[in-house]
Design a protein around this ligand. Structure first.
Ligand code: UT7
Length: 326
């Protein structure tokens, strides 16, 4: 038995930050950001709005679209690197906020690959036969860990989240295959250095701005271009699927140039690739489910279409997943 996606949803906070806004904050330009990343604007939470609030909106939308009551949900998985608080999972807060009194759940931390990791976990738990209605969300409040005086990072990231409802499939549609990988030796290239057990918050860590994202952009770029392309091609080859047979490639939206490299490697045309980085920036675990919901809203998918997800992120983590649309 496979696990299939029966509903999709997304939530983007109301506030936006454009490249022109950023020009007034750091030494950058609309031209530089657009040509190097493909980003035009990103959404940011309001004061007091946290990751669980975005996830709540996603979960409520999933319930509405699938005509389900909160008490029918068995499990809530939230992929995030920006939980509301260090102790208490975002999933537990979402369970409470939507009144899913029969659900349990937990968070999955795999940076930008988080949603694909969470989909693997959710799909396997549905396939076990024990869980029938599983909410899988990817969401991040990147603005809570971004230094808006650092032009290396502040132009890239945005806030937002998306998710899916997974249910048992009664045919051969659903999650077909996945390849998930990690190489923790890459941890130093993309991280938040303090705030965990290694360097608990202190005056020193705050003074040194160690609670913000640190990124070696060039190293991450090099890693991503090779590995997201490789893992996308590998899963197609493994399943005897040619690029032309793929309906839609939904890659992690980190940089348009990284997406183009992966699409080229798989022999895909422009219309086979979902790109929305221009509107939302990099929402970390949010990018793939947000893009999937954009595709569903635009009626780009029909039953039996083959869809490919691929992601990479801090860790390093990376992976791909093939879905037969239901
Ligand atoms: O989900 C995973 C998240 N992270 C990523 O995916 C990051 C992957 N890396 C990237 O996307 C790219 O490396 C960046 C977008 C971060 C940077 O683009 P790049 O083409 O690799 O630029 P660069 O680091 O090679 O910098 C080129 C120049 C440098 O100036 P000089 O030394 O040539 O004078 C930078 O100082 O651009 C400068 N620069 C900027 N200029 C204007 C760096 N950031 C900016 C900026 N605005 N925001």
């Amino acid at each position: 038995m496979k696990a299939k996606i029966t509903a999709t949803a997304k939530y983007l906070p109301k506030n936006t930050l454009t490249n022109l806004d950023l020009e007034k904050m750091v030494d950058t330009s609309d031209e530089w950001i657009l040509s190097r990343t493909g980003i035009e604007k990103r959404h940011l939470v309001s004061n007091g709005e946290a990751t669980s609030d975005m996830c709540k909106e996603v979960a409520l939308e999933l319930l509405k679209k699938s005509n389900k009551n909160p008490d029918e949900i068995d499990l809530i998985l939230v992929a995030t690197s920006t939980p509301d608080v260090p102790v208490v999972s975002t999933a537990a807060l979402v369970q409470d906020k939507i009144g899913a009194k029969n659900a349990w759940g937990y968070d999955i931390v795999a940076a930008c690959t988080g949603f694909v990791y969470a989909m693997e976990t959710g799909a396997k738990l549905v396939e076990s036969g024990k869980y029938k209605n599983v909410i899988v969300i990817g969401a991040d409040t990147m603005s809570s860990i971004i230094d808006y005086t650092d032009r290396n990072t502040c132009v890239i990231f945005g806030d937002g989240g998306g998710g899916v409802l997974l249910e048992p499939s009664d045919d051969d549609c659903g999650v077909l295959d996945s390849i998930l990988l990690a190489d923790g030796s890459g941890h130093k290239y993309l991280t938040v250095p303090a705030g965990g057990s290694l360097r608990p918050a202190s005056k020193e860590t705050i003074d040194k701005k160690m609670h913000y994202v640190y990124q070696d952009g060039k190293a991450v770029f090099k890693f991503a271009v090779k590995n997201m392309a490789d893992v996308s091609k590998e899963i197609l080859d493994k399943n005897n699927i040619e690029g032309k047979d793929l309906k839609l490639f939904i890659p992690h939206q980190a940089n348009k140039r990284i997406i183009d490299a992966a699409a080229r490697r798989c022999g895909l045309s422009e219309k086979q690739v979902l790109v929305n980085i221009n509107k939302y920036g990099n929402t970390t675990a949010g990018t793939i489910p947000i893009a999937l919901d954009d595709a569903v809203e635009a009626k780009m998918l029909e039953k039996n279409d083959i869809v490919l997800f691929a992601a990479f992120g801090g860790g390093f983590t990376w992976g791909s997943m093939l879905i037969k649309w239901s």
